[in-house]
Design a protein around this ligand. Sequence first.
Ligand SMILES: N[C@@H](CCC(=O)N[C@@H](CS)C(=O)NCC(=O)O)C(=O)O
Length: 217
Amino acid sequence: MRLYSMHRNSAGWRVRIALHLKGVPFDYVSIKSLAPGEYQRINPQGLMPALEIDGRIIAQSGAILELIEEMHPRPPLLPTDPLARAAVRAFAQLIACDLHPLNNNRVRKYLAGPMSQSPERVDAWYRHWVAVALTSLEETLRRGGGGDPFCFGAAPTLADLHLVPQLYNCRRFGCDLASYPALLSAERACRDHPAFWAASPEHLPDYRGEEPRWLTT
Ligand SMILES: N[C@@H](CCC(=O)N[C@@H](CS)C(=O)NCC(=O)O)C(=O)O
């Protein structure tokens, strides 16, 4: 298995956590540039991550996570109860489908470039959508008992895999996270987990110290 990603690529970080949780060995290939060209020959969409397995390329972190779960079911990334599974998926999808696509690099670049928005307005855009999403996620955990110690109970699930990179990203963009104690509590539990530790940006060969270390943010 070969994972094409870079250290702060949050969708790729989700996949790295899953691989470490399940103890699946993989080669990490650091992508230096997403400019049209070489990487698009691997993933036509030009976004990270992509997983190469048996010579085939799979894109989209959600599809990759499902594949990993199907090939390596233990430990599971979802609870056994169907309703609990749906709740975990809903939490993860709020991040992957509703928040992340609004705030990723290419969207911010488009706002700043062709849409002529100032850095302050682009940051305001980012923080607005973060606040909308994190408020819902916090309330979701609060209603469910929240952070016990992970988002949905005693073991990490897809919810935690999506939450950790997202919160790291929020801090990089100066978001105040004080209003989300249940999310922060689940994140603290992840920090004590070796799989999350191993998957964090500062443990990757392409981390050069430009961004904060996850474990000390
Ligand atoms: N839905 C995709 C999103 C992939 C994505 O947006 N990846 C980001 C990094 S986290 C990326 O490659 N961004 C490059 C850019 O925005 O220019 C997935 O989950 O894999």
